[in-house]
Design a protein around this ligand. Structure first.
Ligand code: S3P
Length: 434
């Protein structure tokens, strides 16, 4: 991956009306379930990001015909639950933890062997969390030392259902176990320490697989089939979050975000920003693909630091980089706890945000499971995104309120989740140059 730096600095007020691209989590899952269904499914609003395209490319290698009818559209010729073909080459998940973890569960149930590899960041991310439950189900997955990729997944194993309580709140691990459960004899029952996003459960139901679930648990049995369907992917709340925070921070801002996905397991940032004083008006506009969507109008407001409620953490796990930016520019102190998971994301997001914002003059104390962020002002400088898409975008948001220009180093991976972020941002007033 080539490096790409951005120069970001105070632009104008953040104003206008935008729609952000499709949800990454839903796009990965739509390709997976559509590939395993009996016949053609259509996916609309598919995220044309590198992560989700890597997942689509993997299913093409496994023998699924996937046609791009246009930007954000895919026609997927599902091969049925047992119709995938093995691939002699390693399957490259790129930067995507979701792709690798969910595929680990799915491929553990196949007749053939597979190898999953990823980029430099993904190759450092923990996979024991998916290997452990899959092995308990009778699967066999070998990793490098320390539970790191590549994953060598043995096929031809007879899986059985388990009753499994996740040690960490993780939708990726939950989904991997559910996907293995499709191929298991008997019932798979999952319990979570805190409820996480339930897209796999909702989508399995939409594809006709019998599943019972509620906040914090899910239960299904193997031996059914998936019926093809149409999936409408809602706009990604996590992508909207950068603009929600920017419009809150920059004086004079008034931004309308159209039809944003509002799954309650994703929108913890709204609760926290409102407690900090943000002015966000939510106008529900129905459902897309079984997910609630709403227009969000965000106007500038003075933000105050708070102690982030621990119960909100799983519901905003991807939004901490941009929350750190908001907190560094708020009045008073923001305290983040119970968020150790941030240390094993695309980068160690506590460390990378703390060092990036410190380079711009912020005062941040790191703790093992969070940070204490003392609000104030930011100056220009050089801040490193460490190849993490969300760190890059969060630093660009922070730079909108810095007194000088900020060089954000290593932003190329923004295209993994948000292709076109820079153009969209410039169009609503961001100061941002490539
Ligand atoms: C995701 C789950 C979350 C999130 C990631 C996408 C998913 O990870 O951070 O960006 O699609 O299931 P964990 O489940 O590991 O917390």
């Amino acid at each position: 991956m080539s490096t790409l730096d951005w120069l970001a600095g105070a632009g104008s007020a953040v104003r206008g009306e935008i729609a952000v691209p499709g949800d990454k989590s839903v796009s990965h899952r739509a390709i997976m379930f559509a590939s395993l269904a009996d016949g053609e499914s259509q996916v609309h609003g598919f995220l044309e990001g590198e992560d989700t395209r890597a997942t689509a490319a993997i299913f093409a290698k496994l023998g699924v015909r996937i046609d791009a009818a246009g930007v954000g559209s895919r026609a997927v010729q599902g091969v049925g639950i047992d119709g995938l073909h093995g691939c002699a080459e390693a399957l490259d998940c790129g930067n995507a933890g979701t792709g690798m973890r969910l595929l680990a569960g799915l491929l553990a149930g196949q007749r053939f062997d597979s190898v999953l590899v990823g980029d430099a960041s993904l190759s450092k991310r923990p996979m024991a969390r998916v290997i452990d439950p899959i092995v308990r189900m009778g699967g066999l997955i070998e990793s490098d030392a320390g539970g790191l990729p590549p994953l060598r997944i043995r096929g031809g194993r007879a899986l059985h259902g388990i009753d499994y309580t996740l040690p960490v709140a993780s939708a990726q691990v939950k989904s991997a176990v559910l996907l293995a459960g499709l191929y298991a004899h008997g019932e798979t029952h999952i319990r979570e320490p805190h409820p996480t996003r339930d897209y796999s459960e909702r989508m399995l139901r939409a594809f006709g697989w019998p599943i019972a679930f509620g906040p914090g648990w899910a239960r299904l049995s193997g031996g059914h089939r998936l019926q093809p369907t149409q999936v409408q992917v809602p706009a990604d709340f996590s992508s909207a979050a950068f603009f929600i925070v920017a419009a809150s921070l920059v004086p004079g801002s008034d931004l309308l975000l159209r039809a944003v996905g509002m799954n309650p397991r994703r929108t913890g940032l709204l609760t926290v920003l409102r407690a900090m004083g943000a002015d966000i008006v939510e106008s529900p506009c129905g459902e897309q693909g079984g997910e609630p969507v709403a227009d969000l109008r965000v106007r500038h407001a003075r933000l105050r630091g708070i102690a982030v409620p621990e119960a909100c953490v799983p519901d905003m796990i991807d939004e901490f980089p941009v929350l750190f930016a908001a907190a560094a520019l708020a009045e008073g102190t923001t305290v983040v706890t119970a968020a150790a998971e941030l240390r094993v994301k695309e980068s160690d997001r506590i460390a990378t945000m703390a060092s990036g914002l410190r380079a711009l003059g912020a005062r941040i104390d790191e703790t093992p499971d969070g940070a204490v962020i003392h609000g104030g002002t930011l100056h220009g400088g050089e801040a490193h995104a460490h190849g993490d898409h969300r760190i890059a975008m969060a630093l660009v948001v922070a730079a909108q309120c810095a007194s000088g220009e900020v060089r954000v180093v290593d932003c190329a991976n923004v295209a993994t989740s948000f292709p076109g972020f820079d153009d969209l941002a410039r169009g609503i007033g961001f100061g941002l140059r490539g």
